[in-house]
Write a protein that binds this ligand. Structure first.
Ligand SMILES: NC(=O)c1ccc[n+]([C@@H]2O[C@H](COP(=O)([O-])OP(=O)(O)OC[C@H]3O[C@@H](n4cnc5c(N)ncnc54)[C@H](O)[C@@H]3O)[C@@H](O)[C@H]2O)c1
Ligand SMILES: C[C@@H](O)[C@H](N)C(=O)O
Length: 375
């Protein structure tokens, strides 16, 4: 069917929808090859966001949940909404502590039918979409990154629109590129990233916002800085050095950094990142003047991080062996992130600056390694 004819048919069906917005009409447009498989029509974002009663707890599905961030998010959400209301999913086998801490399910985001079955059978109302290939591993396998980060996202958007879900998709500092203002980088500016990861994240931001305006999808997106965590490993990004330094400092007293000492990047401790995610998901619709926000906590260079760690561990030796792929990526990313819109609109505020981050990481990893030595 020619594109214009298909569009006008959909528009006519939408016009026939009840004006009150109380009965969202499901328009089946599966046969339009460029369109979502099934979406709810209408342009009022608010009526789609209440597919669960506001007094009920949401039923949450987290995709890609076994990476650096998912397990921590599940823990936070389970504390708030109850263990059985938060389902972790991934294509990997969960470690036994994760498997026994709450519901876990296999889900490949490239399998649309499987995703839909999970959403329907578990009466999911919130979807947190964490599956992705990060910046460095994405450059090493562009076809897979394209499939997971772009095709997978299309499945997620269609499922979320079809079932009236509130959808969170994280974006990243990597959604900016060398032609973006880097110090600071505002929410709205030129975005011409040079990695498949960045390209896929700009695509996710734009598609999510398009679905919000076109179909009323309750899409919410935060651009995370590099996230630093003690009890989960990063999945192959450019900011991974800022996690590894703590492990190496405690285990060997030596750290080889793969970025130049003066490479400045925005960073955040995981607790702040996960709290921001919960806060934006709970933010009343009327506080959100945008659907994609920068969030930030601190910015530092490898040298500044090493100096801060050396205040606690003065014998730490740091050397530099530059990884040219990661360095080129980092040189194209923001140095400082302007998150004033998130602070003004829904009250974002970070808790951890560099000294607290370093103290917390060393305490956590130090106590873990003392326990391991004692066993
Ligand atoms: N960690 C950070 O510093 C950071 C910063 C900015 C944005 N983000 C974003 O946050 C999200 C989570 O990041 P993370 O650090 O936990 O990532 P990660 O790489 O550690 O984990 C990603 C997970 O996705 C899973 N996955 C891969 N292919 C899949 C498929 N076909 N179906 C289902 N799952 C699949 C992997 O098995 C993995 O467990 C990502 O979207 C990432 O882009 C992370
Ligand atoms: C910044 C972020 O998106 C991720 N940690 C990466 O480096 O790829």
């Amino acid at each position: 069917m020619p594109v214009l004819r298909a569009l006008s048919k959909v528009a006519k069906q939408a016009l026939l929808a009840p004006a009150c917005g109380c009965q969202p009409l499901t328009v089946a447009i599966r046969n339009i090859s460029f369109s979502p498989r099934q979406v709810t029509s209408g342009s009022d974002a608010s009526f789609h966001s209440v597919s669960f009663s506001e007094t009920d707890h949401p039923k949450v599905l987290i995709t890609g949940g076994l990476g650096q961030l998912g397990v921590g998010l599940a823990k936070l959400l389970r504390k708030r909404f109850g263990k059985n209301n938060v389902i972790l999913s991934d294509i990997r086998k969960p470690p036994s502590n994760v498997f026994h801490s709450g519901p876990f399910i296999y889900s490949d985001i490239l399998d649309y039918k499987n995703l839909r079955e999970i959403v329907v059978n578990n009466r999911i109302t919130w979807l947190v979409h964490y599956s992705a290939l990060l910046s460095a591993v994405g450059e090493a396998n562009v076809p897979l990154a394209r499939a997971v980060n772009i095709t997978g996202l299309h499945n997620i958007l269609d499922i979320a629109a079809e079932h009236g879900l509130r959808l969170f998709v994280p974006s990243t500092i990597g959604a900016f590129g060398p032609t973006s203002p880097r110090n600071p980088t505002p929410d709205l500016c030129v975005q011409r990233p040079r990695t498949i990861y960045g390209v896929s994240k700009v695509h996710a931001e734009l598609m999510g916002e398009y679905y919000h305006h076109r179909y009323g999808l309750d899409f919410r997106c935060l651009r995370y800085p590099g996230i630093i965590s003690a009890d989960s490993q990063p999945g192959g990004g450019t900011t991974d050095y800022a996690v590894q330094i703590f492990h190496d400092a405690i285990k060997t007293g030596k750290f080889e950094c793969n970025l130049k000492p003066d490479t400045r990047l925005p960073m955040m401790y995981i607790d702040d990142c996960l709290r921001a995610t919960l806060e934006v998901m709970e933010a009343p619709v009327e506080t959100l003047s945008m659907r994609t926000y920068n969030i930030n906590a601190m910015s530092f260079t490898p040298e500044e991080l090493a100096n801060e760690v050396q205040k606690q561990l003065p014998d730490l030796q740091v050397t530099y062996e530059i990884d040219s792929v990661r360095q080129a990526i980092a040189d194209s990313w923001p140095m400082n992130f302007d998150d004033s819109n998130a602070r003004n609109d829904w009250g974002w505020k970070h808790d951890y600056d560099l000294p607290e981050l370093v103290q917390t990481m060393l305490n956590f990893i130090g106590s873990d390694s003392r326990i391991a030595q004692a066993n």
